[in-house]
Design a protein around this ligand. Structure first.
Ligand code: PMV
Length: 334
């Protein structure tokens, strides 16, 4: 099945003319504690494994969508007009075509408070904000499950950015992916902290889409990944339910390192870490040896996200004065 057919099924019976002049929405960035790495269907972004993430409250993307009289879409980021030919707009434009019902074009304005394409899930929040913004413009009143499926068709991890808090993306079994969507876990953990440790703001050289495909096709360790993920997901759910922070931290860190191990054994090998990333890891491990409950996770980029609890905030800031601390359960925008 192709994307076009699925999208028209999901929107069947819905109005295809804008009901407002402008559609607006916010979607948070999300950081996976159990990663999505590998697709079983490249066209529909269907994952090999389920995954689990935490959304970043008010860190993410505000999208403003305006239908315009033109034969070309306009893209603005941080109030600046973008060249529509730049690399990372290509897949966004292709996706957008599925929502041009009357051959119309759009002006898409994205306001981000996270770096683009640096492993901070900017594309997840862009696609989720786009779908939520279209839902507002056309007044479709879609439920969260449908929004999540539509966002997934744009970028896999975007299906988790439809929600705040802890989110599980259930891999599903169906070939059309109608059972592959994210759900919000009904558990809050206000003391949890995520520290953004930015090593490099620059967009990555290899996209997660390309890196994932290369790993699935060539890594000798990839066959061990689905089982590892399944176990980690169960451990993370226990950790969240019982508020067992060492279990959450250890499982998330080990899951990220295992994902990066599959990349290192891909061919050509893939490594998103820079020397600075490795130095930071050793600093974290050193602090842990001294009894500090501090863990990290890393995505398709050199930046680390530190995981710790409110009670250790000032201690962590002493060692990492540059980090930005996110309180995932405070200052939430929906
Ligand atoms: O949805 P994508 O194609 O941006 O892939 C996201 C992949 C990771 O960030 C590395 C892991 C994850 O689950 O978010």
């Amino acid at each position: 099945m192709d994307k076009k057919t699925i999208i028209s099924q999901l929107l069947s019976g819905k109005k295809l003319t804008p009901q407002k002049d402008i559609g607006k929405a916010f979607a948070p960035s999300n950081i996976a504690l159990c990663k999505y790495w590998g697709k079983r269907d490249n066209e529909l972004n269907l994952p090999v494994t389920s995954s689990l993430s935490i959304s970043l409250a008010n860190k993410g993307v505000k999208a403003t969508i305006t239908p315009i009289e033109s034969n070309q879409h306009e893209f603005m980021m941080q109030k600046k007009l973008l060249d529509p030919n730049i690399d990372y707009l290509q897949s966004l434009q292709q996706f957008l075509q599925h929502f041009c019902f009357n051959k119309n074009a759009y002006r898409l304005e994205f306001d981000l408070n996270i770096p683009v394409a640096a492993g901070l899930a900017s594309s997840a929040s862009i696609y989720a904000a786009l779908i939520k913004g279209l839902n507002d413009l056309y007044q479709w009143q879609l439920d969260a499950q449908t929004l999540s499926i539509l966002a997934r068709l744009g970028s896999g991890s975007a299906c988790r950015s439809v929600y705040q808090g802890f989110v599980e993306w259930q891999r599903g079994e169906l070939a059309d992916g109608m059972d592959s969507y994210a759900i919000q876990l009904p558990i809050q953990w206000p003391a949890l902290r995520v520290g953004l440790c930015i090593v490099n703001h620059k967009p990555k050289a290899v996209s997660s889409r390309a890196g994932m495909q290369r790993t699935v096709e060539t890594s000798s360790l990839y066959s061990a990944w689905p089982k590892k993920c399944e176990q980690d997901l169960q451990q993370l759910k226990i950790a969240i339910e019982t508020k067992n922070f060492p279990l959450l931290g250890k499982t998330a860190e080990s899951n990220a390192l295992a994902m990066h191990a599959t990349m290192l054994t891909a061919w050509p090998p893939l490594q998103y870490a820079t020397p600075q990333t490795i130095t930071l890891m050793h600093q974290i491990w050193g602090l842990r040896q001294q009894g500090v409950e501090l863990y990290f996770t890393q995505d398709a980029g050199p930046n680390l996200k530190l995981l710790f609890l409110e009670e250790d905030e000032s201690l962590i800031l002493d060692s990492f004065p540059e980090i930005e601390i996110i309180r995932p359960f405070n200052n939430i925008i929906c």
